[in-house]
Unconditional design. Structure first.
Length: 402
């Protein structure tokens, strides 16, 4: 069966690697910037697509420029609620039934807004969209699976006083500590807020993440934070192998206990190994791949984002997704940043189909991993039933398309 974009759009999908601040509607950004006196390089959708949210970027700094504008309008409860609500709607409109929205609360807190306030605001927006969608007669009758979501809070490997008022305060209070210690303490505080939001407020915080520049910022500095997450039954994912070698992925798994890896594009690049004690790079990579496969550690694959930020990726066909699939790794197709990367889950899956000539069964496998390896916020028995319902709906759509 020919896997068309139209078919993919109808199928039930997930997005496990979805940054809130990278997925703000451009129209909303313009409106909120005007209301918040945030200066933009343009106040039209077309102008911002030319100057900020482009199809292609020269380098990583160019790619990251948009986050400065989006974060600037995400520092009130009302704005966070609206942006989260609209993000859920955008996913629902293309058949995405489960999302895990990640963001760094410390980038948005400050003044009277605490870390818990930001989590509550994001949840309010997502929950509103969920309730509206799940009240549809097709969902209520059980003909279609409902919409579900989880929240992942991100710690930062690195920050400075210009990142946010919250980070500026942390640096000021701990001015006599080494930077690495301050970064670790900030992560510990963030995880503490996530634990409190989940246990005391009952919010669907399903996991923690570590983002930011990998080189020079090893995960060991955040081990205490990740152990706190583990002791409180929070799931763990880590950005790793995006801008550093295979060792970064290994460290994320062994030092932080990551159950999923964000990006992992350098997994097979033995030439990027820097540890002098590793003398056989090929063997190290092979052992690491088998280690990941045996433990079903899932890689959150973001094709468009990787093409835009990795200068070594000149063609999508050169993306390591094919090798990942050949090695039977658990992979899930994600957007990373819908606005910054100018993409949707449907776009990402269709690009994978075209670049790697994926069959319908291979597409189904990717979708199944998305549901099965999610950090689903409810009981495991409910998760199994939900996955089954989504896959039954998958078959129903396929049968109707024959």
């Amino acid at each position: 069966m020919n896997v068309t974009r139209e078919l993919i759009e109808k199928l039930p999908k997930t997005d496990l690697h979805l940054h809130l601040d990278g997925s703000v509607r451009i129209e909303t950004l313009i409106e909120l910037a005007r209301d918040s006196d945030v200066e933009l390089p343009s106040y039209t959708v077309e102008g911002l697509k030319e100057t900020v949210f482009k199809e292609n970027y020269k380098e990583l700094d160019d790619y990251l420029k948009g986050f400065g504008y989006t974060c600037a309008v995400m520092r009130t409860r009302e704005n966070l609620q609206r942006i989260s609500y609209e993000l859920a709607l955008d996913n629902q409109n293309e058949g995405v039934r489960y999302i895990e929205v990640r963001y760094a609360p410390q980038l948005h807190a400050g003044g009277e807004m605490t870390l818990s306030d930001t989590i509550d605001a994001v949840n309010n927006g997502l929950d509103r969209a969920k309730r509206e969608f799940n009240s549809r007669k097709e969902v209520v009758s059980g003909k279609e699976p409902p919409f579900e979501y989880g929240i992942i809070t991100c710690a930062m490997r690195y920050f400075n006083k210009h990142f946010s008022d919250y980070f500026s305060d942390i640096i000021s209070v701990h001015s006599y500590l080494d930077d690495d210690k301050v970064f670790g303490l900030a992560s510990l505080e963030m995880v503490g807020a996530a634990v409190q939001a989940r246990r005391e407020l009952g919010l669907p915080v399903v996991g923690v993440d570590l983002a930011g520049p990998e080189k020079g910022n090893p995960p060991i500095h955040h081990r205490d934070a990740y152990m706190l997450a583990q002791r409180n039954f929070l799931n763990k994912t880590v950005h790793a192998g995006e801008a550093y070698g295979p060792e970064s992925i290994f460290q994320a798994i062994t030092e932080l206990g990551a159950g999923r890896i964000g990006h992992g594009t350098s997994l097979f690049k033995s030439e990027k190994i820097t540890d002098p004690s590793i003398q056989d790079g090929e063997r190290y990579v092979n052992d690491l791949v088998q280690f990941i496969a045996n433990r079903r550690i899932t890689i959150e694959v973001c094709l468009t984002s990787n093409m835009q930020t990795d200068p070594e990726l000149l063609r999508l066909e050169d993306h390591p997704l094919r090798k990942m699939l050949e090695n039977k790794l658990s992979c899930s197709i994600c957007t990373d940043n819908r606005t910054v990367s100018h993409t949707t889950v449907t776009d990402e899956l269709f690009k994978a189909v075209q670049a790697f000539d994926l069959s319908l069964n291979e597409v189904k496998t990717l979708m199944v991993y998305g549901f099965k390896r999610s950090f689903f916020p409810h009981a495991y028995r409910e998760k199994r039933a939900y996955v089954r319902q989504c896959m039954d709906y998958f078959e129903k759509i396929v049968d109707a398309s024959v």
